[in-house]
Design a protein around this ligand. Sequence first.
Ligand SMILES: [Fe+2]
Length: 373
Amino acid sequence: MRVTWITEDDAPPIVEYGTISGQQYPFSETGTTTSYSYLALYHSGNIHDAVIGPLRPSTTYYYRCSADRSREFSFRTPPPSLPFEFVIAGDLGQTGWTKTTLQHIAAADYDMLLLPGDLSYADFFQPRWDSYGRLVEPLASARPWMVTQGNHEIEKVPLLEPRAFKAYNARWRMPFDAGASPSRSNLYYSFDVADGAVHVVMLGSYADYEPGTAQHEWLQGDLAGIDRRKTSFVVALVHAPWYNSNKAHQGEGDGMRDAMEALLYGARVDAVFAGHVHAYERFTRVYKNREDLCGPVYVTIGDGGNREGLAEKYVDPQPKTSVFREASFGHGRLQVVNATHALWTWHRNDDDEPVVADQVWITSLVSNPACNK
Ligand SMILES: [Fe+2]
């Protein structure tokens, strides 16, 4: 587990941890410290990260960081096998709506959070990255948060800040260089959970994706390396949706879809989750814009609570492939129950937590003989 934290003053990048709350921290790890400046005016605090472990699965660890040794945090490691529950929330931001979404997420247990881009909406104003960190800390310190980038993370300024993703890459370092299929960029990576029962592919909508590019080559290799006798479900995350019947951001995911859809289809990816459009939409199984029983289920879950508000206008008539669409804030949950069945649910902020606004059982494509000739 990578622990990331920021101190204003100089402090060593040390995490102390153990399985007993209180003063017992038998293990410790020293990591590294970085920082960055932005537009000459902003200087980040010391950004520390340390990878701790090996850790036991399904275990609560208590830990403290060098920032404030009197503060104890805890997290629970993911389970070693199915069932496994993901929370998926996109376009989170840091508004009152965001707070409601986070409250709903915290109200029910889960193993890992996946975020398909657009985190802080700092939008060049770097102190908002700090306030976002403080806002999500209670949740992000307690479960693994696995994120990929959105357009709001680019923060490139011609001549002055030519390097894109400066703050994002400094603050949200993901394990792109670890595991069985390392990539060379923090903007795309993959990992397994539940001893390989689920493979998660985090794609970069704002990294080059055409055939011949590093991301495309990496994705080909990553998908080719999956052993579907062991891996029941494969899910992918992108930011700009490949299928979208909302009037907002129409066509923005098409280039990436043209470049990569056949790869995901060939690997029998079960579901693709996107953000960017500030609404909820679920499609049936689709390939090349038509219903296809061996294609992925597509879901837009960009309704986390950003400051731009909801995207309320839809294309009429509703495409046949679009099963459910609604402009409300909320979050989703993917409960992978066993090797053949996963339950997807959408939780609308307007409702009490037990109310589910949309749900569907997703059966793994590898369990469908028609898709595995
Ligand atoms: Fe976006």
